[in-house]
Design a protein around this ligand. Sequence first.
Ligand SMILES: C[S@@+](CC[C@H](N)C(=O)[O-])C[C@H]1O[C@@H](n2cnc3c(N)ncnc32)[C@H](O)[C@@H]1O
Length: 308
Amino acid sequence: MTQNIYHKPVLVPETLEGLDVQPGGRYIDGTLGEGGHSEAILLSSNPGGQVLGIDADHEAVHIAKNRLEKFDDAFIAINDKFSQMRNIASELNFIPVHGVLLDLGISSLQLDYEKKGFSFKHSAPLDMRFNSEQDITANQIINTYPVELLSDIIFKYGEEPFSRRIARAIVKNRPINDSSKLAQIIVEAVKHRIRRHHPATQTFQAIRIAVNNELQELESTLKQAISVIGLGGKLAVISYHSLEDRIVKKFFQEQSSKCICAIEIMECICDHSPTIQIITKKPITPTNQEKTLNSRSRSAKLRIAERI
Ligand SMILES: C[S@@+](CC[C@H](N)C(=O)[O-])C[C@H]1O[C@@H](n2cnc3c(N)ncnc32)[C@H](O)[C@@H]1O
């Protein structure tokens, strides 16, 4: 397998710098994917560095294992959800670590993997699961959810202003078993509206987020990540849309603040101690050169915090 067929990792130098990768350091890559970031971390932490890579997608783990087998015992790959991070690290005696990376969302290989139906550009079964053993699929959501619930999902997770119209069109055209048919129905439903992106972009994002429970996974994992990082270690999170970035930003703000009482409480009663210090007051974004070379990087935002 040649290098250029892998997913192209984004913000690599910025991530290595943000994680302050050092020889002999120990890191968790919670979104291993095809191992691009892990490889960069392993090279920079040599000699003596170690990476524990986790990914929910069995196929991605298989590819990463092959790609990174040259690092022998310095690299461990686990096929699981990143919300299992603390349990996995604890079982492997991999706590504390010097840094944790989450590079959220989907890889370009997954997007192009026609059997999964992540993309509206191919004709594929409506699956959209990172983990193929999980029960719920996009097909179930599209073909069985009531119109109100479908509309809520498309609005909440896709920030789609025409969610009701799209949900109604989906329900009317059931059964829908194919990603390109779904895309066609969405295009038809919003055809007179002016759009910056392909009209199906936000609905496909919404269904994928719902299938994989992505936002809840992220919320529950950020806390765990802090708990496995040693003092002075770093947490780096790369997000690709505002829903993810909002969660990361809010978490960083809460965890770095001395008081997390509700705004209407006049005198602090929470006794909260900050667990992190924010390193990136504003998120780091790719250079114009990276955006040109890798269009997927365009929406990337990297936030870094230090465990204190
Ligand atoms: C943007 S890709 C990561 C690419 C990787 N950094 C690389 O360089 O190849 C995101 C990865 O996160 C995985 N993923 C998403 N949500 C996950 C979760 N809750 N648990 C584990 N893996 C997850 C996806 O399967 C995908 O492989």
